[in-house]
Design a protein around this ligand. Structure first.
Ligand code: MG
Length: 163
């Protein structure tokens, strides 16, 4: 088994869509980013790459390359899952935390879990998404940023012990 950790933060600015785990959240501000700025998916990507020791998101999808401009992060995640599977791993579970002052994410959490589970090709009961505010301190608490942390566990498909 292999564990991986990923983290991401983006500055929040007016007039950008706020997308978390592929789900659009109703918000007057969104991430300043080259891609769609989905911090949750970016953290999950880095956790997967980290567990498989395959580098990081910036190496795979350099922001200076125009083909990743406004990229759908869930599509990037699909590419990364393929790499992880090609390296011989399967995803056992995902646990993540989103740090956002507002809006409260409770109404979105189930949708995010379902979308991530579908994209990752794993059961929704192995995906956990938690949400925290910044308690009005720091960049998250002042609504200047949205942040996400993710941990994933990878395993190798079970050997057939009965042969
Ligand atoms: Mg990012």
């Amino acid at each position: 088994m292999r564990i991986g950790f990923g983290s991401d933060i983006h500055r929040l600015i007016p007039g950008r869509k706020l997308i978390l785990g592929g789900i659009t959240v109703d918000s007057p501000v969104g991430p300043e980013a080259h891609s769609d700025g989905d911090v949750l998916v970016h953290a999950v990507i880095d956790a997967l790459l980290g567990a498989a020791a395959l580098g990081d998101i910036g190496e795979l999808f350099p922001p200076e390359e125009t083909r990743w401009k406004d990229a759908d992060s869930c599509e990037l995640l699909t590419r990364v899952i393929r790499l992880v599977e090609e390296a011989g791993f399967m995803i056992i579970n995902l646990d993540a935390t989103i740090h956002l002052e507002r809006p409260r994410l409770r109404p979105y959490k189930e949708k995010i879990v379902r979308n991530l589970a579908k994209t990752l090709g794993i059961s929704a009961d192995t995906v956990s998404i938690k949400a925290k505010t910044g308690e009005q301190v720091g960049p998250v608490g002042r609504s200047e940023a949205v942040q996400a942390d993710a941990a994933v566990l990878l395993g190798t498909p079970e050997p057939d012990i009965w042969v």
